[in-house]
Design a protein around this ligand. Structure first.
Ligand code: KG4
Ligand code: ZN
Length: 337
């Protein structure tokens, strides 16, 4: 049994977690910076790195405290080293290296997106893989063939906007607060999804790639009128705005579900693991569950608390790296890509 301290600072969440055996979460502390970035309508990298510096120590202390353990109980320190905002990554990497040196513990470098991929396995007994992994977040929309924790191969990805980015941009068009995903999700519940038929970009018949920029533009012109980028929102009723949110969400969910089913067809796999910030979307969870049920495939969604960026998923994948003796050293650097 190995106990891993996981540290995540790749974007705008400062997080630390203590996870035993790669599955049992003893603590998962997340200090969100949403309030700091909201007024800019997106993450400001310089503000993000400064906030990580201010918060990292206390977030780690709280994670140890909540897990009721001390540094002596920690077998290794895992940290997100790629990809992400370089300034943000550097804070976590430097913090983890400092602790590894001061506490004399092994250091493990973790890929953030791979950590999302494996997050549906946290806190459950079963193993989702081999499966198709769908990672949908503010920065990524990717399908993977997940053979096991070691073998994760990219099947397709977005060619322009990430799904979360589309949610956030459409929320901006509808003048909803940042980040917009949860607000669209909430509004969609009261809207009529069949009201507006927004485009579903499927690309070529066997493509497992995504494109969401056309959908975002379609919403923009639907709100303001063809070719216009302002002046339309004031004319819409609350119900019409909810209908647009629901219709937009239905289009995103439709594409994500159909492409995931396409990936099952292409790989012959019969299991799906959903993760990333957009995996919190109620329509997407329900849509994928229904489609998987229909074909008798197993469906695993990351628990809500492990959808957004979190240290638990870093410790979970870090555990495997540690057990395989793939260790980093104090020359570890942040890799934005
Ligand atoms: O994984 P995450 O915390 O950060 C990245 O690595 O990007 O994902 C954040 C994204 C944001 O775009 C946010 O709007 C979206 O996840 N999101 C949602 C929901 N909750 C968060 N999108 C749709 N529905 C939600 N309920
Ligand atoms: Zn993420």
């Amino acid at each position: 049994m190995a106990t891993i301290l996981g540290i995540e600072t790749s974007c705008d969440e400062t997080s630390a977690a203590v996870v035993v055996d790669g599955r049992t979460v003893r603590s998962n502390v997340i200090a969100s910076q949403v309030d700091l970035h909201a007024k800019y309508g997106g993450v400001v990298p310089e503000i993000a790195s400064r906030a990580h510096i201010e918060r990292l120590d206390s977030v780690i202390a709280e994670a140890l405290d909540k897990a009721n353990c001390s540094r002596d109980d920690i077998d290794a320190i895992a940290v997100t080293s790629r990809p992400g905002l370089v300034g943000s990554l550097l804070i976590g990497v430097t913090g983890a290296k400092t602790l590894a040196w001061a506490w004399n513990k092994p250091l493990v470098a973790v890929d953030h997106v791979r950590a999302h991929v494996v997050s549906p396995a946290i806190d459950i007994e079963e193993t989702p893989w081999p499966c198709v992994g769908l990672v949908v977040s503010g920065g990524h929309t990717s399908l993977y063939r997940v053979t096991d924790l070691e073998t994760i191969d990219l099947l397709g990805q977005t060619t322009d906007d990430a799904a979360g980015e589309a949610f956030d941009k459409v929320a901006t068009i509808l003048e909803l607060p940042y980040p917009g995903g949860p607000h669209i999700d909430r509004l969609a519940k009261t809207g009529d999804a069949s009201r507006v038929r927004f485009p579903r970009t499927m690309l070529s018949p066997d493509s497992l790639d995504f494109s969401f920029s056309g959908l975002k533009t379609a919403v923009l012109y639907h709100v303001h009128g063809p070719g216009k980028t302002s002046g339309g929102l004031e004319k819409l009723t609350e119900q019409e705005i909810a209908d647009i949110a629901a219709s937009f969400q239905a289009a995103v969910v439709d594409v994500l579900v159909r492409k995931t089913m396409r990936a099952l067809d292409a790989t012959g796999l019969d299991s799906v693991a959903l993760s990333g910030g957009v995996a919190a979307n109620s329509g997407l969870r329900a849509g994928l569950q229904e489609a998987c049920d229909k074909r008798g495939a197993r469906f695993y969604a990351a628990p809500m608390s492990y959808c957004m960026d979190n240290g638990a998923m870093i410790a979970a994948l870090g555990h495997d790296e540690f057990m395989q003796n793939r260790l980093a050293d104090l020359t570890l650097d942040a890799a934005p890509r």
